[in-house]
Design a protein around this ligand. Structure first.
Ligand SMILES: NC(=O)c1ccc[n+]([C@@H]2O[C@H](COP(=O)([O-])OP(=O)(O)OC[C@H]3O[C@@H](n4cnc5c(N)ncnc54)[C@H](O)[C@@H]3O)[C@@H](O)[C@H]2O)c1
Length: 449
């Protein structure tokens, strides 16, 4: 969202210099950026990729496909095989499947072995080499990684969700405030904000009057499973099969449905004040299904009394729908159909889908163009944190079966992260003697809120 005014057209070198000075003096200046931006010898925007999986690989390609002079200079992943797989893709001759076009980005990949970092502390080693950091690990790590990137004065592209618990949300908020002070651009991968059809619908949202209710869906078959392998520690197993553990993933209401919830918050211009709902596990019952639910249904209430009915389901052979509907006093916005209708169903506006863009590419095009021009243009942190927190609020409601209040939840200090990140350290949830994990039970699971 371009919700920050540009700061003018200072050159990129001046911009980075200014940013660094605001950041707390020359001592805080990152060494390699200094070499690039102050020696005048190079004019390259350097990128570090943290989390080299599916999305990280895609995001790196998109960054390298922008019109700017961008280079990937450092990579970090918890696992060597994931990093190597990503590197092989990025340096392949043909990446058309990822880029949607011809050609490749290999000439823009400058990551020798000494700038490939593995393990839980890999991010700390990769970030110093960059001007822009891409954060694409499972969301449990986002608060730590984002905090560090901002501390080291980097512009950031970070994937959604931005946390998995309220304590993480607070860390992201705080780092976001510092990013604003330092004028560091932050884009969050809630890409509907960069998608033409949504932007055009948003411009015309007043056609439906006041929004009194909304519906949001992320219903489909579900996602991959990475079964346990012999010799894995419990920590390695959970890291490989991260989708099924709340500390890493947030449950699918947070991991995927956040996109739809975010659209409703965006069009409403705020976040809910409370939530209640129901959910459980009907088919997600195997040993490799960890603890998360396979369905959630939540009634979110906004300050003006309007309701968002949100549903997300991961159950094969059921109705699939990923969509949003906003209902107002004068009509409806139907995101999937990309149109606006009045109360009688007459079409007031139809977006021509031929004009649809690739929002994943647009996020990077806009971010890197701003950085190259020395503009401070993107401050997506607060919105990303609010939308993520909304999904966490929904999860707390479905897990407990109670009405959960926004203020109490966000200030609850609920922290799901392990005390220690190490391969031999215990994750926060352990399996029972039969290898199964306990899930939340509505009416039994409680929060101190
Ligand atoms: N915006 C979108 O539409 C969209 C689409 C897909 C994924 N995503 C988001 O991207 C993120 C990653 O998803 P994915 O599908 O790429 O998952 P993935 O499993 O393919 O990739 C995650 C990578 O992060 C690595 N990793 C885990 N912990 C790490 C740590 N502490 N430090 C460094 N690396 C670590 C993993 O080893 C793995 O390579 C998720 O937050 C997901 O929601 C967003």
């Amino acid at each position: 969202m371009n919700n920050e005014k540009e700061t003018g057209n200072t050159s990129r070198r001046d911009f980075v210099k200014q940013t660094t000075i605001v950041a707390g003096g020359l001592l805080a200046m990152p060494v390699l950026s200094k070499a690039n931006y102050f020696s005048g010898a190079e004019d390259v925007i350097k990128v570090a990729l943290i989390g080299c999986g599916g999305r990280g690989t895609g995001a790196a390609v998109q960054a390298l496909l922008t019109k700017q002079n961008v280079k990937l200079v450092a990579m970090a992943d918890a696992f060597k095989d994931r990093l190597d797989g990503c590197y092989a893709t990025l340096t392949a001759d043909d990446i058309s499947e990822l880029s949607g076009g011809t050609g490749n980005v290999k000439a823009k990949v400058d990551v020798p072995e000494e700038r490939k970092f593995i393990g839980f502390d890999a991010y700390l080693k990769a970030i110093p080499f960059a001007d822009v950091v891409i954060l694409a690990t499972p969301p449990g790590f986002r608060p730590i990684h984002f905090e560090e990137a901002i501390k080291q004065n980097k512009h950031v592209f970070m994937e959604k969700p931005v946390a998995t618990d309220p304590a993480g949300i607070q860390r992201v908020f705080e780092a976001g405030k510092i990013a604003k002070q330092k004028k560091l651009n932050v884009v969050v991968g809630l890409q509907r904000h960069y998608q033409n059809s949504y932007l055009e619908l948003y411009k015309r949202k007043d056609l439906i009057g006041d929004i009194t209710s909304a519906q949001a869906w992320w219903n489909n078959d579900g996602v991959w499973v990475n079964p346990r392998k012999p010799g894995q520690t419990e920590m390695e197993y959970q890291m490989r099969n991260w989708y099924y553990f709340v500390w890493l993933c947030g449950d699918h209401i947070t991991e995927q449905h956040v996109h739809n919830i975010d659209v409703v918050n965006w069009f409403k211009g705020g976040h809910p004040v409370k939530a209640q709902g129901m959910g459980g596990r009907e088919v997600r019952k195997g040993k490799d299904h960890g603890e998360i639910f396979d369905h959630h249904y939540v009634e979110f209430e906004y300050a003006d009394g309007s309701i968002l009915n949100s549903q997300c389901r991961h159950i094969p052979k059921t109705m699939s729908r990923v969509d949003e509907l906003l209902i107002g006093t004068k009509g409806k916005i139907q995101a999937g159909a990309a149109n606006i209708v009045d109360r009688n169903g007459k079409v007031l506006y139809q977006y021509d889908k031929k004009g649809e863009n690739n929002p994943y590419q647009a996020e990077h095009d806009e971010l890197f163009a701003a950085i190259a021009k020395g503009q401070y243009k993107f401050a997506d942190t607060e919105n990303g944190a609010h939308s993520t927190m909304t999904s966490i609020l929904g999860r707390m409601a479905t897990y407990s079966g109670q009405v959960i209040d926004w203020d109490k939840a966000i200030n609850s200090g609920l922290n799901l992260q392990p005390k220690t990140y190490a391969w031999d350290a215990p994750p926060p949830l352990l399996p029972n003697a039969d290898g199964y994990y306990a899930s939340a039970i509505p009416g039994v699971t409680t929060y101190n809120v």
